[in-house]
Design a binder for this molecule. Sequence first.
Ligand code: FAD
Length: 490
Amino acid sequence: DTTLVWFRRDLRSYDHAALYEALTRARRVHCAFIFDREILDPLQERGLVADRRVHFIHRSLVELDAELRRRGGGLIVRYGYARTEIPALAAELGADTVFVNHDYEPAATSRDADVAAALAADGRQLLSFKDGVIFEKSELLTGAGKPYSVFTPYKNAWMRAILAVADPVNAHPSLQAYLSPVDDARLAPAPQGMPSLEDMGFVPAPLTELGIEPGMSGAQALLEGFLDRIADYDVARNFPSRPGTSHMSVHLRFGTVSVRALVRRALEAMHNGTGGSGAAVWLSELIWRDFYFMILHHHPHVAERAFKPEYDRIAWESGQQAEDRFDAWCRGATGYPLVDAAMRQLNETGFMHNRLRMVTASFLIKDLGIDYRWGERYFAERLNDFDLAANNGGWQWAASSGCDAQPYFRIFNPVTQSERFDPDGSFIRRWLPQLSRLSARDIHAPWLAPQTRLREAGIVLGANYPEPVVMHDEARERTQQRYLVIRKTA
Ligand code: FAD
């Protein structure tokens, strides 16, 4: 009995549900990863610099392969369409079962259904397991047996379920690591003559220069560093110029870290006092992540439309002016320094701080009046940690169209946000060096500064830094009007 473990967004060799199940049940276990053209081709056609993510995957696979080889196995890699490559590979290897971990995105569930059907037609099967979240699908339901749509009661239910076990870190079934049970002799090396990772000639990206270390080792180092600071997370996380957050998102995205391990570490820090007031808040962020996967599972329409249908009636700005303003937002040229600095951070590194994701999303939707889906798509193309569930959740939150979203009449003021969360302007100065000589007083809204001070700082608005594309107060009025359609039709 031979099996195949198909790695997707779970690029690690330890605490891996599908790998564990395969090793437990079969005598010969092959491991494979497909560079899926269904995902890569559209990015290439649009000329996108997607190589940061592809390179992250590639380097993580090199480490995964080395680890599997150390244990007597190895990784088979292919470039093609997973829908056909996996059934073909299973047939080639004589694998009767393909093991995977659940992927909750609509495109992935459709792909997996096709793969399962193709395998079944050939007398084989696809078996899928929960791995990337703590609770999934309908594991947590309201008293009325319905999926949650508001975060706080969901979080309370999540915590109750964990704390229902006396010693959750060591005994809760959803938190236990899948420790490889059996002898590694079951791991099969990659057959001779198959393409190797070196044959996958992707353009390297400067990940190390960006401070991003892929793979299980990269995740581990990052985690240990963060745990030293976790006690301050609740405060430090709000300031983009400080190293407040964990930066684990890209590792969670590609599964180079186990979410169970992260939750255990957070609970331990809460329990033994090293977590201060930060660990519980950080755990809460990991619960948001579970929450949005659950929402996507129960409401796959959110990938295309508003969670709340009445918000589909909103008339967003369109035409050349909207296109131009969107373009200014993308390039970081709106004239609002915090928004522009954030967009440059995204464009140059593939990361954006959470506070700034909220600020830039709100600005696009509620200051520029642009359809949240334009911004959602732009983030999807650029974020190293892009994840449909969390990205969509974040965008619909900002658009007020999501579950448990920001009320539509509450609109972020981009200048006030800048003054509160980048008070001395150091984040802005880092990404917009042309503004670096402006004082902390002027840097948040240069158009309000007197000409003399602008001249002294070397700024000519409209020449070396843009005039604001819209005035916030006017935009706010228009947005209030635009959103009235919800009240009238609700
Ligand atoms: P930390 O603050 O250290 O949080 C720890 C982990 O918790 C994160 O790595 C992430 O996995 C999870 N998490 C934190 N906040 C959220 C959240 N609001 N929703 C879901 N999970 C969360 N996160 C993504 O992983 N991928 C995305 O594509 C994404 N798009 C977003 C778009 C918008 C408009 C907004 C407002 C938020 C988005 N987020 C997304 C959530 C959040 O901004 C990032 O997870 C976070 O900034 C990643 O940095 P970190 O790892 O240092 O986070």
